[in-house]
Ligand binder design. Structure first.
Ligand code: XMP
Length: 527
């Protein structure tokens, strides 16, 4: 049987019609404990069959089926006998291919839209209220269901808002069940997956660990392997998985570039190592990075310097380890990377976006490294990685950690990076993190960069004296994937406490400001 790489579960394939929804659908399918994979809409029926899917979901997309060159689907796919759920654009593609009608009604439905179920809603909408709110985003509408299909729901301007053919196991909805604003969206997906397609919900972090451990063992055998730890979740979980598989064949390297947050090094060296028993080598490179960054204010230049120094440092450490291991006749051949599924999807299926910032992942290494890569998180989303980390017993300070950029605090100082400024920012950042956690806001906030405007000064008054200090910017954002974000509405009293503490406790800061920009147009980080 052909199965998804790295898992023994038959996948549900999410066919991507070019919107941002495919990743969200794939995640929601997994939230129903079913393994999912994203594939491009150009996939052929034969390629689909070769993946032996348990089900297929056709995503929404920004096009109209009427547009010339709009994304299409191999007609053989709907004839494979695999259960299919079409969503929005995918629903209309199904209707068109199966002999139904799609018309340009001229009546756009966008946002929260009431729909009414017909009868009991069939397998797909079973157990749901007759009247419910869904999230729609479409111009065209299915005006006539294909022959043999039952209409399950309608809205004011869409007569066929959902249809089904139980015998052929083909289903479709006009709305977006993957979006939380669709009241019973997850139920639609679950009904499709578990009832219509009969797929058991047995994919979970526990069996991901067991499968990955098996896979890593068979890849690495008795070989030696290294991993660069960044202090972040991904590399920490990737390393812990590899350690669970091959124990002391793994050595981790942690580069302290001096741009870390307060207490981070200790958490890695003590908490993480205690929890895992991993062999860790820390490289103290603070001075090297500070020297390289001296006099540099331009954000791109900073990023390049930090990236370059990181690679240099890691390569040196790795060369020493390789030499040491070669001396005992068993050179290191493998390198662990914490690549996640969204990175795989974006680099494989991307249409090429503008280079907004040269991103650098600590642990992101030059391409000419002579190692075979071990990437145990390649099929996983961030929240799944966290769940696995927890199951492996990693410390919550690491597993629950917000995303943190590879170049660290170096790109959160607007202006030149110096040791004094880093120390100051570390204090302010620690206060913000502590207060947000204490206020119970960690679940609402994707990340909260704290930025020091080192090149800006403003006048203040503290005690009896005039001050001429720097502002600190708070940038709390809510997001699903960091591609888009909104600023988090942190309660005023929490903001007040943070502001008071920072201006009282952090020397040279006399002003705290809040960034109220969404992304786009603002990026999450300031640099
Ligand atoms: P922006 O600022 O582009 O950030 O909206 C999107 C997400 O990426 C993180 N980020 C980085 N992560 N290396 C990383 O590993 C980087 O160079 C980098 N720059 C930004 C940022 O924190 C946010 O989560």
């Amino acid at each position: 049987m052909v199965t998804a790489p790295g898992t023994s579960h038959q996948p549900v394939l999410v066919v991507d019609f070019g919107a941002q929804y495919a990743q969200l659908i794939a995640r929601r399918v997994r939230e129903a404990n079913v393994y999912s994979e994203i594939v491009p809409h150009t996939i052929s029926a034969a390629e689909v069959a070769a993946k032996n899917p348990a089900g297929i979901v056709l995503s929404g997309g920004p096009s109209s089926v009427y547009e010339e060159g709009s994304p299409s689907l191999d007609t053989g796919i709907l004839a494979l006998g695999v259960p299919v759920l079409g969503i929005c654009y995918g629903f209309q593609v199904m209707a068109t291919q199966l002999g139904g009608e799609v018309s340009q009604t001229g009546q756009r439905e966008y946002g929260a839209t009431p729909v009414t179920l017909k009868g009991n809603g069939g397998t797909l909408l079973a157990g749901q209220p007759i009247a419910q709110t869904t999230w729609m985003s479409h111009g065209d509408a299915v005006s006539k269901a294909p022959a043999g299909f039952e209409v399950l729901a309608s809205s004011e301007s869409t007569p066929v808002a959902a249809f089904a053919n139980d015998e052929r196991k083909l289903y479709g909805v006009q709305w977006h069940p993957e979006v939380k604003h669709s009241e019973f969206g997850q139920r639609v997906l679950e009904n499709f997956l578990h009832t219509a397609a009969g797929i058991p919900g047995d994919w979970n972090p526990g069996n991901v660990i067991a499968e990955q451990v098996e896979r890593i063992r068979s890849q690495i055998g008795t070989g030696k392997v290294i991993c660069g730890l960044s202090g972040g979740v991904d590399s920490a979980v990737a390393a812990a998985l590899v350690h669970a598989a091959v124990g002391d064949q793994l050595t981790c390297v942690f580069v302290d570039h001096g741009l870390l947050r307060k207490d981070e090094r200790r958490q890695v060296e003590e908490d993480y190592v205690t929890a895992t028993g991993i062999r860790l080598i820390t490289i103290d490179a603070e001075q090297q990075f500070l020297d390289a960054l001296e006099g540099v204010s331009d954000p791109e230049q900073k990023r390049k310097i930090i990236g370059r120094e990181f690679i240099r440092t890691f390569e040196q450490a790795q060369a020493e380890l390789v030499a040491e291991s070669a001396a005992d006749g068993d050179p290191i051949r493998f390198l662990v990377q914490g690549t996640l599924y969204p990175d795989v999807v974006e680099s494989g299926g991307g249409t090429g976006t503008a280079n907004i910032k040269s991103h650098h992942n600590v642990g992101g290494l030059p391409e000419d490294l002579q190692f075979e890569l071990v990437e145990p998180l390649r099929t996983l989303f961030k929240d799944e990685v966290r769940a696995i980390g927890r199951q492996l017993g990693l410390p919550e300070v690491i597993v629950g950690r917000q995303p943190f950029p590879g170049p660290g605090l170096g790109i959160r100082i607007v202006g030149e990076v110096t040791k004094d400024r880093l120390d100051l920012l570390r204090e302010a950042d620690a206060i913000v993190r502590a207060e947000l956690t204490m206020a119970g806001l960690d679940g609402d906030i994707w990340q909260c960069p704290v930025v020091l405007l080192a090149d800006v000064r403003s006048v203040g008054v503290q005690g009896d004296g005039r001050t001429y200090g720097h502002p600190i910017v708070l940038r709390p954002v809510s997001s699903e994937d960091a591609m888009t974000a909104d600023w988090t509405r942190v309660p005023y009293d929490v903001l007040a406490r943070i502001s008071n503490r920072i201006t009282n406790e952090v020397k040279d800061v006399n002003r705290v400001v809040l960034d109220v920009t969404s992304k786009p147009p603002g990026t999450i980080e300031w640099e």
